[in-house]
Design a protein around this ligand. Structure first.
Ligand SMILES: [Zn+2]
Ligand SMILES: [Zn+2]
Length: 325
């Protein structure tokens, strides 16, 4: 009989996800989500069948412009940097426009996006987590899981969205109707350019955005060379250096794990971050303020840079120096 009990690491809580109830990030069941699967498969099927038949200069231009606006202004800046991380502040109307553009990406409503992001972030910060959170189960299995399933944890953590967001009438409305919001784009597109505009401006755009989002998430968690490392976290983020422009800065996921609240994701030398250009541009117009960057943030516990762990706050300067070595 052994009296030695193994010290089990307690799950750490994050801003909205609380582990104190004995939540377990490892044990859970991946379950098929028919509505999510049908939504993504439906958009992709139309894109594959009708897309090639609807190629016109106009429909391709609509696809590029709407994808850039919804992914950059909506997903990256509105949903991720503003609503989820509060990495800057702005006037209510700009926040609503940016979050609405994020809903038009076609991934989820605002509460669903916060939940998806925060559960994954919470899982990745623990000493161990389910493969669903870590993207380590292999390419095709991960594709199936992330594009058509969800996870039911045996012991879920407590998840609380802040009052001013969860009680907001506009957010509640777009949460309930996020799929139908595609009609707000589809109807004017149909009137302007007929079916080819709808096929490329809605179906191809939503399909490429959702599959692209999964691909970036998948590759940004596959181990590779890195500068920044979080000790104690079971999953690390990695930068995808050549994808800064097409992901509007979201490819710098190693930077994001190191400084989650930074509005600037591409803060190391040579990194292209169009989402940051938008935040900085709004800042120059006086429309955003309290913009967080590695310079303004406290260094995250456990962060090491090139193996160096005694790190000062106000990191941007020494990060640049270390990165150039
Ligand atoms: Zn991550
Ligand atoms: Zn994030």
């Amino acid at each position: 009989m052994s009296f030695v009990t193994e010290a089990k690491a307690q799950p750490v809580s994050t801003e909205r996800v609380f582990s104190e109830n004995g939540a377990n990030p490892v044990e859970g069941e991946v379950v098929f989500k028919p509505v999510k699967a049908a939504w993504i498969a439906g958009m992709t099927a139309v894109a594959l069948v009708a897309g090639p038949l609807s190629v016109t200069p106009g429909s391709i231009a609509v696809f590029i412009v709407l994808t850039a606006i919804t992914i950059c202004g909506g997903h990256s800046v509105g949903m991720h940097r503003l609503l989820i991380h509060r990495s800057f502040r702005t006037i209510p109307v700009i926040e609503k426009v940016l979050v609405y553009l994020g809903v038009l990406v076609g991934m989820a409503g605002p509460f669903g996006m916060i939940r998806l992001h925060d559960f994954r972030d919470w899982g990745q910060r623990q000493s161990d987590c389910h493969d669903f959170f870590s993207h380590r189960s292999g390419f095709w299995k991960d594709a199936y899981w992330q594009l058509s399933c969800g996870i039911n944890l045996k012991n879920e953590p407590v998840f609380v969205i802040e009052d001013e967001v969860v009680r907001d009438g506009f957010y509640r409305m777009i949460e309930k109707t996020w799929m139908a919001q595609q009609l707000v784009v589809a109807v004017p597109l149909f009137l302007m350019g007929g079916l080819p505009f709808v096929v490329w401006g809605v179906c191809c755009r939503v399909s490429v955005s959702l599959i692209g989002h999964w691909l970036v998430g998948y590759y940004a968690h596959q181990p590779r060379d890195h500068l920044l490392y979080i000790k104690g976290a079971c999953v690390q983020g990695y930068n995808l250096p050549r994808l800064g422009l097409v992901t509007f800065g979201e490819a710098f996921h190693e930077n994001h794990h190191a400084f989650p609240k930074s509005a600037n994701l591409g803060f190391l030398p040579g990194q292209t971050d169009p989402g940051w250009w938008l935040v900085a541009g709004l800042g120059r117009l006086g429309l955003v303020w309290e913009v967080e960057t590695p310079e303004t943030l406290k260094t995250r516990p456990g962060l090491s840079v090139n193996g160096e762990t005694s790190l000062p706050d106000g990191a941007q300067g020494w990060l640049r120096t270390l990165a150039s070595k």
